[in-house]
Write a protein that binds this ligand. Structure first.
Ligand SMILES: [Cu+2]
Length: 489
């Protein structure tokens, strides 16, 4: 169980205390002299002042693949890692050094690869001058290991998180969840991949090894010196692909598995390769029941989608591009394959769990109160209060939640909804059946202005205690669009 006294004390010390809840964006301290730490201009629809940006030659940097972290120790059932959280400089824009926050000195943190059934322990040391914590997004973990937004690692302190990896093979990610600071911290680089793999998935003969490539997509605004600007989301016009602005990736004429993650604070990617078939194989919670051929995949903040792309037909025809809508964000340079491609995509992947009969229905309403400065994010009319349990859920229960976005003109915000602890299935939308991006097991789902989404989940968990559910535009959760559920016996 969460040590409440511990986290309330920490909160009072480092974040100003419960008396000033909800924490608001203007508590975000500037990290660099050029950083704009305040939020007041964020929420308006026309605030494009200070649209300063950097110019650079696109497609001149090679897209890196984040290094896989090596365990510092391995026991019979656990892989043990250590990872400092520290400042660094990274070359995000060609030729410029950008001050960033990192896991282990890398702007896209090292990838942690876990094997289903083996435990992972990661000991983080906070070398920053500010509190931080770590949330494993999509992880089925106990409350004390979930990175509750008030359960923080103080500067100079060390904290070990334990992850059981008892869930399906899937593409997860780890990121900061410090209440009020999560948007700033993620924006400056506290994000990395966490992959759970298993034997069943390996038997499918999907592209693997060098041909299984995690790709983190996000955007940012830079000043002319390459420093990150934390300003209006609409000014984040530079797309970073694995931490490089508009890079290129040499590929062989064969199949690749791309694990795409949207870690942008606020963006919906509409990804396509100019009509090239994209075989969608997985979403947030792992493999789909069957592959789906699409020419575009849509991925909102926090979501993951996995695709298999066959470059074999495209050798010798010049480069291909990965586009966000019509904007090229990654160039593929296709060279002949050396050796036969023995990978494939089977017709059947992993069935979804059967939907149990739901015994509880709830409505979760997300909205923003724009009458206040700064605005306040609300769930069911209330901003986040760490001392309040918003709902109690019976361990083992199956529930249907109707997720409603109540935001209307002139502030028609969209909100991606995210629950901690487990994945859900999307039953449908107010507009009709589910969208292609709703398929499979999800932990994050996009809800457009005035839209609603019905989801179902079974709280099949050994853990009791408090978990968050919130908007996954971190600037909205920082402003209070977050609530907590308590799992009870
Ligand atoms: Cu939101």
């Amino acid at each position: 169980m969460l040590n409440r006294r511990h986290f309330v004390t920490l909160g009072a010390t480092v974040l100003g205390g419960a008396a000033v809840l909800p924490f608001t964006g203007d508590l975000l301290p500037p990290l660099t002299p050029t950083a704009n730490g305040h939020h007041a201009g964020h929420m308006g629809s026309a605030a494009l002042a200070d649209a300063t940006t950097v110019t650079f030659a696109p497609f001149t940097q090679r897209m890196p693949v984040p290094a896989t972290l090596t365990p510092s120790q391995t026991t019979a059932d656990t892989d043990i890692y250590t990872l400092p959280i520290r400042t660094a400089e990274a070359e995000l824009i060609p030729g410029l050094r950008t001050p960033v926050l990192t896991y282990g000195g890398q702007f896209v943190g090292p990838t942690i690869r876990a094997e289903k059934g083996r435990r992972t322990q990661v000991t983080f040391t906070n070398e920053l001058d500010r509190p931080t914590n770590v949330h494993l997004h999509g992880g089925h973990v106990s409350p004390e290991n979930d990175g509750h937004p008030m359960d923080l690692i103080a500067p100079g302190q060390t904290r070990a998180y334990a992850y059981p990896n008892a869930q399906r093979a899937s593409t997860l990610w780890y990121h900061d969840h410090t209440h009020g600071l999560e948007a700033d911290h993620i924006y400056r680089g506290l994000h990395g991949f966490y992959l759970i793999e298993d034997k069943a998935e390996r038997r499918f003969n999907l592209p693997e090894g060098a041909y299984d490539v995690p790709i983190m997509l996000r955007n940012a605004q830079f000043d002319e010196n390459g420093a990150l600007v934390f300003g209006h989301p609409d000014n984040r016009t530079t797309t970073l692909v694995n931490g490089k602005a508009q890079p290129y990736l040499p590929v062989a004429a064969r199949r690749y598995r791309f694990r795409l993650l949207n870690s942008a604070l606020k963006h919906v990617y509409q990804l396509n390769i100019g009509g090239v078939p994209l075989t969608k194989i997985a979403s947030d919670g792992g493999l789909l029941p069957a592959p789906v051929e699409q020419t575009e995949v849509v991925v909102s903040s926090g979501e993951r989608v996995e695709i298999v792309v066959d470059f074999a037909p495209h050798v010798g025809h010049g480069p291909l591009y990965l586009y966000d809508g019509e904007n090229p964000i990654l160039r593929f340079d296709v060279s002949p394959a050396d050796g036969r491609d023995r990978s494939g995509v089977p017709d059947v992947l992993v069935p979804l769990p059967a939907l149990a009969a739901a015994t509880v229905e709830r409505t979760v309403v997300m909205s923003m109160d724009m009458s206040l400065r700064p605005p306040i994010g609300l769930i069911n009319g209330r901003p986040f209060d760490p001392n309040r349990v918003d709902i109690q859920v019976m361990q083992g229960a199956t529930e249907i939640w109707n997720i409603v976005n109540a935001d209307v003109s002139p502030f028609p915000f969209d909100h991606p909804f995210h629950t901690h602890l487990l994945q859900f299935q999307v039953l449908g939308r107010d507009t009709g059946p589910s969208l292609p991006e709703d398929a499979g097991l999800k932990d994050t789902v996009y809800v457009p202005p005035l839209g609603s989404v019905r989801i179902q989940m079974t709280f099949d968990t050994p853990y009791l205690g408090r978990y968050m559910y919130h908007c996954h535009f971190p600037e909205h959760s920082a402003l209070g669009m977050m609530a907590q559920m308590e799992i009870i016996p």
